[in-house]
Design a protein around this ligand. Structure first.
Ligand code: BES
Ligand code: ZN
Length: 609
């Protein structure tokens, strides 16, 4: 095992931050920001309260990316601020630039006056046509993994947890929401000024802000939806089971510790499915299917309130601690709220995705404990931390038995609550608890193999669903000419079965068969984004021209990277497809988030060579 693959190396050291938290640590961030849609900037100040861990340290180092630093002040012991010297280092394409601030001996806080750049990687500024209402602009942040530094100068490492407050000034007709509690506005507060408080220490990647024409619809005492007026009712109906989901996790792993749990529905350019910003999950509108069939994404983001937000990865190489645990908990929520068959179907689809991706990934990228030194942490965003991570926990559950494994997870969340931990911390705790009580587990689950070797162990517990066996049988009957499409038994099929059906079809289908499928089932008119996406993939793969218009519409109206990436990858495989992809991208790119645009540009560039 090489040194870089040794989980006993200095595992707490974060290669994706320039900060010096072991000498001087930021404990609290107080933001005061003006939102300018004209200039596409946030401008104002961040007050950073510090804790001195090394008595002789005289510089605070924070992360920045594309920030204009106007001036920096430090406070003396009586709280008076005066200018202090600072130096902004050279900018690295992945990490941004370190900001090094001179600290007088008695300084307890610094205030950085700054502005963001219009191209800030963590911000997306939308023009009115890109919103549901078409009348007002919209802004949202996406800080994970290392984009908080593009809108706040701070120690941008998940190991450095902070509390925060914020005063945000917006145009008066708009509303700001954050991953924090909305604070009472003192009397005389001008319209457009919004205040927030997050009292629990969170990693910087969970600091989040959105501004737009937003309204609120409650769903239960502690859950509700923020969205544009045109969307909010539909969203509140779609997500009405959120309270039941919360109760399901609480009965497994202990109380929800964040007060409220609300959802914010973003415009369609949101590059992810969901983002677990504390108290306020951000979600794509593409999960509004009308029949609650895609709410496993809500279960996922909610699960992060335990796995990820309460117990966080200390560095991005420990990302599987966030996502693998979360997919495991997500599946438990789905099972509790929608039943075992639905959970099994969803897990089966997930494992299919993992196996397809493993077939393409370099062995080094197939490990749970990744080496991301010198790389963009976003490169760790594959099915491996998610689904392989989930399967590892499922294999522990299978051998330990549910009662013992449930008790273990509950104690794990309590033990590490509000901490950021490494893979090593997890393994040590596992060894001291579950494995100690039940030594047979360590003999039967190849733990080191799961963590530090590529692929999957031979005998991993593979989820399987009876409902899917039926789907495969019906597909087979049609393909073998034993039954017409109209006569195969699809009446009771749920979304997950349709997805399985589409994936079970052979890679190559001729035009007549594709037309038959679409005429019978209307896939190209599906209001379910997952089904439509799966259908469009088949259409592109088979160069099915009937779907061209629908494809272009999809690629120019949706910015969710998980949907865009496979479609562009499939398109660029042929010269004609590459030409079309390039044309569509030119039209669509203004509406894509910088993160999604960068991914698509990589695909187009790679294909052009
Ligand atoms: N935290 C992630 C999103 C993320 C990860 C953003 C890494 C940036 C860097 C979120 O919880 C997530 O996993 N979202 C998934 C959906 C989920 C159901 C698998 C997504 O957006 O696709
Ligand atoms: Zn997640």
């Amino acid at each position: 095992m090489g040194a870089e693959n040794d989980i006993h190396a200095d595992s707490r050291n974060d290669p994706h931050s320039y900060a010096n938290p072991r000498e001087i640590r930021v404990m609290h961030v107080a933001l005061d920001l003006d939102v300018s849609f004209e200039g596409k900037t946030l401008a104002g100040s961040a007050l950073l309260s510090i804790d001195r861990l090394a008595a002789d340290a005289d510089r605070l180092v924070v992360d920045t990316r594309d920030l204009t630093i106007r001036r920096v002040e430090a406070s003396d012991s009586s709280g008076n601020f005066s200018l202090t010297a600072f130096e902004l280092g050279g900018s690295d394409p992945i990490l941004g630039a370190p900001l090094s601030i001179s600290l007088p001996a008695d300084a307890a806080a610094v205030r950085v006056h700054y502005a963001t750049s219009p191209g800030a990687s963590g911000l997306q500024w939308l023009d009115p046509p890109q919103t549901a209402g078409k009348l007002h602009p919209f802004l949202f942040t996406q800080s994970q993994a290392i984009h908080a530094r593009s809108w706040i100068p701070l120690q941008d490492s998940p190991g450095v947890r902070v509390t925060y407050t914020a005063t945000i000034r917006t145009p008066p007709e708009l509303r700001a929401v954050m991953s924090a509690e909305l604070a009472e506005a003192p009397s005389g507060t001008p319209p457009g000024e919004h205040r927030f408080v997050m009292e629990q220490p969170i990693p910087p990647y969970l600091i989040a802000l959105a501004v737009g024409d937003l309204v609120f619809e409650p769903m239960s005492e502690r859950t509700g939806v923020w969205a544009e007026p045109a969307v909010v009712q539909r969203a509140a109906r779609e997500f009405e089971d959120t309270e039941s989901m919360m109760q399901a996790v609480e009965s497994l792993y202990g109380s929800y510790r964040w007060g409220r749990y609300d959802l914010l529905v973003l415009p369609p350019s949101f590059p992810f499915g969901g983002m677990e910003n504390p108290r306020l999950t951000f979600v794509t509108p593409t999960i509004l299917a009308g029949d609650k069939s895609l709410v496993s994404l809500v279960a996922h983001e909610l699960a992060h309130s335990w796995s990820g937000n309460l117990v966080s990865n200390a560095t991005w190489r420990d990302f599987w601690l966030n996502e693998g645990f979360t997919v495991y908990v997500e599946n438990r929520i789905q099972e509790a709220v929608f039943g075992r068959e639905r959970a099994l179907m969803e897990a089966t689809l997930e494992v299919q995705e993992l196996e397809a991706e493993l077939a393409r990934l370099q062995p080094a990228d197939q490990l749970l404990h990744l080496d991301l030194n010198g790389r963009d942490p976003d490169e760790g965003f594959t099915s491996v931390p998610y689904i392989k991570g989930m399967l590892f926990l499922l294999s522990l559950e299978t051998v330990a038995g549910r009662p013992a494994f449930d008790a273990f997870l509950r104690s794990y969340f309590d033990h590490f609550a509000f901490q950021s931990i490494t893979t090593e911390d997890f393994l040590k705790y596992l060894g001291e608890t579950l494995l100690k009580e039940n030594p047979a587990i360590a003999r039967r689950v190849p733990i080191a193999r799961w963590i530090s070797e590529p692929g999957l162990p031979d005998d991993f517990p593979r989820p399987a669903s009876d409902a899917f066996s039926k789907v495969r049988e019906e597909a087979r009957r049609w393909l073998a000419g034993e039954a017409a499409l109209g006569n195969i038994a699809t009446r009771e099929w749920v979304t997950q079965q349709w997805l399985h059906f589409l994936r079970a079809l052979p890679d190559n289908l001729d035009e007549a068969r594709l037309r038959e499928l679409d005429e019978e089932f209307g896939f190209s008119r599906s209001g379910n984004s997952e089904i439509l996406h799966q259908w469009l993939l088949i259409a592109v793969r088979n160069e099915f021209a009937d779907a061209n218009e629908e494809l272009e519409h999809f690629l120019t109206s949706v910015g969710r990277r998980k949907f865009l990436k496979p479609l562009y990858e499939e398109l660029v495989k042929t010269p004609d497809g590459l030409a079309r992809a390039t044309k569509i991208y030119d039209k669509a790119k203004a509406g894509y988030h910088p993160i999604a645009a960068a991914t698509i540009e990589d695909i187009l560039r790679g294909a052009d060579q």
